[in-house]
Design a protein around this ligand. Sequence first.
Ligand SMILES: Cc1cc2nc3c(=O)[nH]c(=O)nc-3n(C[C@H](O)[C@H](O)[C@H](O)COP(=O)(O)O)c2cc1C
Ligand SMILES: CCCCC(=O)C(=O)O
Length: 349
Amino acid sequence: MPFSIREFEALARDRLPRYVYDFMAGGADDEVTVRANENAFARLRLLPRVLRGRPKRDLGITLFGDEITMPVVLSPTAFHRLADPEGELATARAAARAGTVMIASMASTASIGDIAKAGGADLALWFQAYIQSDTGITRTLVRRAEDAGCRALVVTVDSPVFGWRERDHRNGFHHLPVGWHCENMRDLTGDGGVLDIEMVADLSWDHIDQLVAMTDLPVVLKGVLHPDDAVTAVDHGVRGLLVSNHGGRQLDTAIATIDAVADIAAVVDVPVLVDGGVRRGTDVVKALAFGARAVGVGRPVLWGLAARGEDGVTEVLELLRAEIDRALALTGCASAHEVARDLVREDRC
Ligand SMILES: Cc1cc2nc3c(=O)[nH]c(=O)nc-3n(C[C@H](O)[C@H](O)[C@H](O)COP(=O)(O)O)c2cc1C
Ligand SMILES: CCCCC(=O)C(=O)O
């Protein structure tokens, strides 16, 4: 079994067709932000405490009333069948077994209802949506998420247009293989077809008001990086924030997410999550120190799924859990809640 997420990525790279690996690993333009997300974690250094007598660590946290077993959730990623024939169903089973949240992508290759069934009653399932220009379509998607038992709605707001992904252009990857579809987009128009997902350039806070009014589920905004937007979001009834630059796939040279999270956590009272470049338990501890309630992982889940299917996702999550536990012990913390801001220093080298 691989010893690190890095090794899972190498296995996945060996197993996947080139165009699939590139789609998953790649980002926008020069991929500066893809690299920056990981590099920014490495630049931060931990200042551990000793002799605080911590025989066991408690990794659990609460999100919207649900207890999860570690401060790591599965960020939404499209098209899991590209990684494994079982696709999102395998991912859902692994997330349920790990006792954490799966944020299912609107661009899943299984429907949210089928993902919920695969995960079972134990899975804390959230649905990620791109608001569509036709409010009726957005409403139907929200109802499907509610009917599937989703516990929160994540609205991605960093994609008014699609990022420029040169690897995909070079590989000619613009559509799913014949016969595979975004199953959440089926039967939305009455003719039994599958609609394309739109990126909507004129989205505004009015759309967020509309969405918040449409559902009792907590709405989480994904892709906020500016503290002023975070404050505005809460004013509009948003109940959580996922600080994200879409894994460097949208605006290249956008700030690394770990560099954005502290300023946002300082100005809002709702739970703040962060994703982008989390590859080690020490990264998670740094995010907690900056005020995040939890982190999201995108590519690591895909590497596990591509390398070893459902078991691979389980192994990736368990590797992270063990790394977080070890990092807490080595920094002198008994729980995720005990991680304090003064554990992290900027590298002065
Ligand atoms: C292959 C791939 C597909 C993605 N699809 C979606 C998506 O459908 N919706 C979304 O909001 N974000 C999507 N994302 C972004 C992730 O939710 C997340 O922000 C990002 O992957 C985090 O960075 P990490 O991969 O370094 O962990 C995708 C990311 C990847 C790598
Ligand atoms: C309509 C598909 C969206 C996928 C996505 O968000 C990504 O590849 O980053």
